[in-house]
Structures are given as C-alpha cells and as structure tokens.
Design a protein around this ligand. Structure first.
Ligand code: PEP
Ligand code: MG
Length: 574
C-alpha cells in the first residue's frame, strides 16, 4: 500500500529504489527443556552452515570493495565458526542440559568470551573474544530465523532505512549502490546528514518511525530536497520523483559552469567560498566544485576511521595530502572535536547525561587526559605546514583562557620542533570556532588575540536555543534566521573587523541559500560549506547587490522579532 511521509530534508537528491532495512533484529529467546536433543544439534548444524555460507559471501564482497587486507577479519570469523572444540562443547551442553540450541550456543560462547576478555594484557585474545561475539550473534540469528543486516553486501541500487546512522555507519555506505538513506531520528546538522551532503547521497532524516512502516525490499521514493518519502509509490509517483530528479540534475549542470568563475556579487564584491571536509579523500570533490579554500577540516574523522589513535606520522600524511591537494589555497584544520555524536571506540570517556554539553573537543585537548593526543596532533600539523597554507582552528572554545592554553601548547611544540631542526611555516594563522554563545558575546575580546574566528552555527544555534541539534522533536527551535542568532553572528563579524581580523562561518548555515543574502549583508568574509553547495551559492551571490543586502541585514537585526519576519523581509530584497 502506498504510504507518504515527511521528514527533514537533509541532503539534496532524488532516488527511487528498493529499501534496505538496516535495523538490528530482536535476538532474545527462551531457554527450554527439550526431549529430542538430536533435533537441536541438527538445528545447530544448519545454522552453522548457513552462517558459514553467509560469511564467505560477505568476505568475497569485502575483498572486492575494500581489498584483501580489510577482508581478513572475516577469515577470523570463519575460523571461529569451524572450531571443532567449540562446536563439540555446544553440542555437549545441549545433551547434558537437555536444552535448546540457542541456550547451548549462548552458554558456551559466553564462557569463551569471558575467558578471552579476562586476558587483559593479551590484545590477540581480546580480539578473538570480539570475533566470537560477532559469530555467536550471526549463528543465533539463523537459529531464530531473523535477518542480520550487513550494508557491506549491498550490490544493487538501494535506499538504506535505519533508526539512526552514526557517522561511521554513513562512511561505510557504498555510494555506487546506496542512492539515499532515510532515518527515524536526526536533523539537518547531524553528522550523518553532513556526510550525506559530502558524499552526494540524498537523505531524509527525522521521519519518526519509517523503520516500522517499511519492509525490507519494498520500493521507496525519496526526495532529499523536500523531505518527502513515499513507500510503495504508484507508477505516476515514481515518474514525478524521477522528473524532480531530472530537474535537479539540470540545475546542477548549470551551476557547474561556474566552477572556475570568481565569487563576486552583482556589484563586484568578492566573498570567499570554502569547503568543509572530513577526510583527504574529499579534496577531489572540493576542487571539482571550485572551492577557493578548505574552511573546515573535521580531523576527528581521522581518529574515528582508525582502530587506535592515529600516530604523528599518519596524521602528518593526511594533513600534507590535504594541503598539497589544495595547491597553496588556505586550509583551515580544526583540531579534533570528539564528543557529542562523535565517539571513538578505543577512547573510553565517562558516560555523560549530556554529551553535547560535556567533556568534548578542546576541553579534552587541554586536559591532562588529552594532552599527549593534542600535542601529537599539533606536531603533525606543524610539520605539515610547509606543504601549503595552513590555518589551525580550535573547536568549542568558551573561555579566553582555553584559547590561551591551547595556543601555549602550539607555541611550545613549535619551539620544540624548531629546536629539533624541523622546518615549520612561520605564517600559520591560529583561530577559533565561535559555537558557544558566551564566546560570541565576548567576541571583541577574543578578536584581540586570535587570527580569525569561524562561526559554527550547528552548535551555536543548539546552544543558544537549548535545543539538541539531533532531536527532531525540538527541530522547530532550530532557527538560523531567528534575530537572536543573527545578532550573535553580527556581533562576531563586527568584533573581528574592528581588530582587522577575518570572520568566517563553517556551520551549515553558511551554505543555506536563504541565509546567504543576510550573511553577505553582515559582511561575513568566508563561507565554508559542503563542497556540493558551493556552485549554487556562487550562482546566488552573482545576483546579489551588497548595499541592498546591507540594508536588508540592518533591518532584520533591528526591526524583526521572529525568523518568519526575517524571511518575509527577505522577499522585499530578492
Ligand atoms: C558547528 O558546530 O557549526 C560545526 C561546524 O562543527 P560540527 O558540526 O562538527 O560540530
Ligand atoms: Mg561544532
């Protein structure tokens, strides 16, 4: 039956394909006494064989897409599956306790996991424990007759449906086959949404309960521009979505003509259009979209993609690749911003009630816990600085003393490298993100000490409105055009200019077509956004007159009391 729902439009694009349900199934079962233990052993054998077949297939796909080395984890799983010792113990348990295969499997695998995990100074055995846990889950799913999703096996055009996608889930989606994703929760500035825009995968988030309404394999149509989703669309609806997709593709082709053009307004004023990236691999898209700089390199993804803290050399290589890839254009690298919705599996932080308000980002970097990690990052950055035009930016700064502490570490490591005879560029700008209202209010004082300020509206809005950026229930409060937010932004830009510094914006608002006229009017110097938004923004700026936008911004700041009034006023000026 056709069903229509609406979510938050999170990444442009239109797609029609089969749904791939990425939901963890319920693996609970009851322990029961059985008479016929032979039948249970036979059930176990069938589940073991099915798991083996499935894993072999997953391994094959992983070799194709990721290479032999990355696929080796599945060899370990296959070895666990055929371990005669473990299998005979499970069967023994079934017979001795006259119980079902599920219980036998769980008791024996749990015992092995406990023993191996107990060998704390033996990382090899700890890894085996993790392998057994994974394999046991797969066999149990087969015993219970439920499906375990595995996005790595997707090999036809699909639309992924999930309750939520973490940034690392998103990174694993194969763009060749995954044409869109739709989730129950999340908003436009969730990191999965930001990544979808970078990967150019259409996305609709915050639909509440799509995972309950759809079956694996159902046809689904998704419009990431409007937020519309149709389950089992009619032939006419499919045609309408495909038409919308074609219109969007045509528009994109027109914007593409501006790739090598200057970013200037109708009256000839230049604004810098920069790109936000998560990995060196994104640089290709950055150049294809005609970016003039990288305005935000979210380095935490380097940490998130790895099994352990990246070494100084690994980081150096990544930063060097980005700087060289940008060919002398400015690159703003943000020091790691772990916390909030970005976690590291190997870095245990205490569980917090409010992770977005907790021990995160620069707070970790300048603490005792994060000191070594931070120094490693700073050294890698300093060493890479000779390969291009590096700028360093600290995230989540609330206090001037936090900036000073971080800057002192930067100065110390620079002096250390100098003493070691390592060459370091001497024109590295050091700036901060303004994403906490306290810092936005005190921007005049910060501006005296920093080289630049880049406004992180994704967090600035959530902190100003006290509305979680990931929570669709309060997404109505997430208002970039609210005059309160505009005044904070204006305060930062004016404060920077008063000290002869530049002000940028690297939150999603910088690429928001309705916000750009206001930001031009307020005199923002640099706009950093998903690379895929750059060309359309360049096209929009060509049509704007600065003096007119200044008048519009002035009136929005002084006369308007709601976001709706601001957008209404915009119509007078566009
Ligand atoms: C921001 O907060 O606006 C920002 C750019 O950083 P992130 O989205 O990574 O928190
Ligand atoms: Mg932020």
């Amino acid at each position: 039956m056709t069903e229509m729902l609406k979510g938050i439009a999170a990444s442009d694009g239109v797609a029609v394909a089969k749904a791939y349900l990425l939901v963890q199934p319920d693996l609970s079962f009851e322990t029961i006494t059985v008479q016929d233990t032979n039948a249970e052993e036979a059930r176990l054998d069938v589940a073991l064989q099915a798991s083996q077949d499935e894993l072999s297939l997953i391994r094959e796909k992983a070799v194709e897409s990721l290479g032999e080395e990355a696929a080796s984890v599945f060899d370990a799983h296959l070895m666990v599956l055929s371990d005669p010792e473990m299998i005979s113990q499970i069967k023994e348990t079934i017979r001795a306790k006259q119980t079902n295969a599920e219980t036998g499997l769980k008791e024996v695998t749990d015992m092995f996991i406990t023993i191996f995990e107990g060998m704390e100074d033996n990382p090899y055995m700890q890894e085996r424990a993790a392998d057994i846990r994974d394999v046991a889950k797969r066999v149990l799913a087969h015993l219970l007759g439920v499906r375990l999703p595995n996005p790595a096996t997707i090999d036809e055009e699909s639309i992924v449906i999930a309750h939520d996608l973490t940034p690392s889930d998103t990174a694993q989606l194969n763009k060749k086959f995954v044409k869109a994703f739709v989730t129950n929760i999340g908003g436009r500035t969730s990191h999965s949404a930001i990544m979808a825009r970078t990967l150019e995968i259409a996305a609709v988030l915050g639909t509440n309960d799509i995972t309950k309404r759809i079956n694996h394999g159902d046809m689904i149509a998704v419009n990431g521009i409007t937020g519309e989703v149709i389950i089992n669309p009619s032939q006419e609806e499919i045609l309408a979505f495909k038409e919308a997709g074609a219109v969007y593709a045509k528009q994109k082709a027109e914007w593409a003509l501006l790739k090598d053009a200057q970013t200037v307004t109708a009256d000839g004023k230049h604004f810098e259009l920069a790109a936000n990236i998560g990995t060196p691999k994104d640089i290709e898209g950055v150049n294809d979209n005609g970016a003039e700089a990288v305005g935000l390199y979210r380095t935490e993804f380097l940490y998130m993609d790895s099994q352990d803290f990246p070494t100084e050399d690994e980081q150096y290589e990544a930063y060097k690749a980005v700087l060289e890839g940008m060919n002398g254009k400015p690159v703003v690298v943000r020091t790691m911003d772990i916390g909030g919705d970005k976690e590291l599996p190997y870095f245990e932080l205490p569980k917090e009630m409010n992770p977005f308000l907790g021990f995160r980002a620069l707070r970790i970097s300048i603490s005792e816990t994060g000191n070594a990690m931070f120094r490693t990052q700073i050294r890698a950055l300093l060493r890479a600085s000779v390969h291009g035009q590096l700028r360093i930016m600290f995230p989540m700064v609330a206090l001037l003393t936090e900036f000073r502490a971080a800057k002192a570490i930067f100065d110390e490591e620079k002096a250390n490298l100098f003493a070691e005879g390592v060459e370091v560029a001497d024109d590295i700008q050091v700036g901060i993100m303004i994403e906490i209202p306290a810092a936005a209010m005190l921007a005049d004082q910060f501006a005296k000490e920093v080289d630049f300020m880049s406004i992180g509206t994704n967090d600035l809005i959530q902190y100003s409105m006290a509305a979680d950026r990931m929570n669709e229930q309060v997404s109505y409060l997430y208002q970039p055009y609210n005059p309160s937010i505009l005044r904070l932004i204006n305060n930062v830009i004016k404060a920077a200019h008063a000290e002869g510094k530049w002000a940028g914006m690297c939150g999603e608002m910088a690429g928001d077509q309705q916000a750009v006229p206001l930001l031009v009017g307020m005199g923002l110097d640099e706009f950093s956004m998903s690379a895929t938004s750059i060309l359309r923004t360049r096209s929009l700026m060509k049509s704007l007159d600065t003096a007119k936008m200044q008048e519009y911004a002035h009136r929005a700041l002084t006369e308007c009391s709601t976001a709706e009034e601001v957008l209404e006023l915009e119509k007078e000026y566009l």
